[in-house]
Design a protein around this ligand. Structure first.
Ligand code: AMP
Length: 280
């Protein structure tokens, strides 16, 4: 596996790969790799000749300085894991080379970003769209792999790819969970043992909402989920939303057979986690 940090070098390498007729599958990450990331890598390896994985803790997408400071950084360990998992190139740029000047342009995704993560993390999706478009230009992949865990991120990137004619195919990978249901996340490493135990209740809350959905009003479901989580004093619910799967707009009532997503965000102690379930 090659480890590349320079922007000109990654572009040179991917140009060579493309001109030899090979296909490139790209998995952008922020590192601290877990089995969820690895499933994206394996899927990419099964569908492309070459896998490029990027590791970059992108400063522009953090609206909380502490979250950025405490985000786990394990580059050497990650490199060993990638090497053993069919990754051909690890691209790990420096923030100073990615952002030599302060950013000027701004993305605006309209109502896609006025809800959920966009509402609670102002500026987050501007940072995500900026870094993902830079990475797409640098890596120039045939296919790029994202996780359903960050459903709003995937939806926003799909919009960006369509609106700006990025010449690549997006693949959305289902959520990979721990045996007790907790969605895998790099931030799970920051949970204490006690917090890790209660964190599984986020998924249980989603399952409760899923069970109630066919027969109850959405406001009732939101209250039931809040009541379910209320006894855990180290869980602070930020939102539970039932949204239209395409528009991500919150529903007050489920109408007909539209696809919906149940989305949750909560603090477990100091660590903010998100999860969702899609119902087609
Ligand atoms: P991150 O390093 O957290 O930015 O994640 C990199 C990519 O992996 C994103 O597209 C995430 O949605 C995806 N991902 C993270 N955790 C999971 C998971 N538990 N299951 C599936 N995909 C995931």
């Amino acid at each position: 596996m090659q480890i590349i940090s320079s922007l000109s070098e990654i572009s040179k390498q991917v140009d060579q790969i493309r001109s030899s007729g090979k296909t490139i599958g790209f998995v952008p990450t922020m590192g601290a790799l877990h089995a969820g990331h690895l499933q994206l890598i394996r899927t990419a390896a099964s569908q492309n000749s070459v896998v490029v994985c990027s590791i970059f803790v992108n400063p522009t997408q953090f609206n909380n300085a502490e979250d950025y400071r405490l985000y786990p950084r394990l580059l050497e360990e990650d490199a060993r894991i990638l090497e053993a998992n069919k990754c051909s190139i690890l691209f790990a740029p420096d923030a100073t080379e990615m952002y030599p000047e302060p950013l000027v342009i701004q993305f605006n995704f309209g109502t896609l970003e006025t809800v959920m993560e966009g509402k609670y993390r102002p500026g987050h999706f501007n940072g995500v769209a900026t870094v993902v478009s830079k990475l797409f230009h640098l890596v120039n992949p045939h296919k790029a792999y994202f996780g359903q865990k960050d459903l709003q991120q995937y939806t926003i990137i799909r919009q960006m790819v369509n609106d700006l004619n990025f010449n690549l195919k997006l693949v959305c990978h289902p959520i990979v969970r721990e045996p007790d249901g907790l969605a895998m996340s790099s931030r799970n490493r920051r949970l204490s043992a006690a917090e890790r135990q209660v964190a599984t209740n986020l998924y249980r809350a989603l399952l409760l909402a899923q069970d109630l959905l066919p027969a109850y009003e959405i406001n009732y479901i939101k209250k039931a989920v809040a009541d379910f989580l209320q006894p855990y004093n180290n869980i602070k619910l930020e939102y539970l939303e039932v949204v239209n799967l395409k528009s991500l707009q919150p529903l007050t009532q489920r109408t007909g057979e539209e696809g919906v997503a149940l989305c949750i965000a909560a603090f477990i102690g100091e660590v903010r986690l998100i999860d969702n379930i899609i119902i087609q």
